[in-house]
Write a protein that binds this ligand. Sequence first.
Ligand code: B1M
Length: 233
Amino acid sequence: MSDDGELDLNSLSDEDLVFQVHDDLYDGLKEEVEAAVHILLGRGWAPYKVLTEALVEGMRIVGIDFRDGILFVPEVLLAANSMKAGMFILRPLLIATGAPRLGKMVIGTVKGDIHDIGKNLVGMMMEGAGFEVIDLGINNSVEKYLGAIEEHGPDILGMSALLTTTMPYMKVVIDTMKEKGMRDDYVVLVGGAPLNEEFAKAIGADAYCRDAAVAVETAKSFMARKHNQLAKG
Ligand code: B1M
């Protein structure tokens, strides 16, 4: 504690500071979260470690209490804003890898769904891995996805859904792609907390991605396959 009774984040051990970030995220204390992210980076933590151990884990705890009716939408919004502020600091660090361009991805959250933290994280990690990412934001209709595909000609279409009520919309998009005879021209990756592999298979996606790291690995392996096929002619 400092003289004025405020907690001095710098005085905490790494472990305590990470717990403090979880608490501050929970309480929606954006400036404290930002300060702790800077401190951890200053102590030599890799950006990805800060992201996963401090921010993503903090949001996981928020999610449990939201589910159990201990936290409500206004509090979760504050937590989400704090998370985004932390991610904003990490973004350039996660992206600045100088990796060669591996491919292009269009990504967006499906219609009716405004959750974007996970989708943003996937976008960041994909950029960091060398993909060009076109982020359509939230609440995307099938027309919006198809328009973006036409405009940008990506290798991969990524869709995110966090609600059991919105995840079926992914099938609407994939079915429309099939109807238009364009499904096989793109790799379709899907993700979001309520999904699983079975669901991805059932709707005709190419793969389910449990988290951002898996999304990157899956995208890379699909791109490698594509290049091998092209090389074979
Ligand atoms: Co919402 N919410 N929420 N919420 N919210 C959940 C999803 C919920 C599980 C909470 C709960 O009850 N435990 C629940 C859904 C229940 C269900 O459908 N079965 C829920 C609900 C009910 C709601 C509302 C309906 C609440 C209400 O209004 N009564 C409402 C819906 C609004 C709408 O969308 N129409 C709502 C609103 C909100 C807020 C606005 C307050 C806020 C969103 C703020 C924002 O995103 N800007 C919010 C939040 C923050 C959450 C929780 C707490 C956290 C989500 C999050 O950001 N996680 C969430 C609880 C939970 O998920 N446990 C919850 C952190 C993020 C890093 O993880 O998003 O899973 P995640 O992303 C991961 C992977 O899933 C994967 O990689 C990411 C990174 O590793 N991934 C992909 C995600 N997308 C991918 C796409 C890919 C690949 C991988 O493409 C290739």
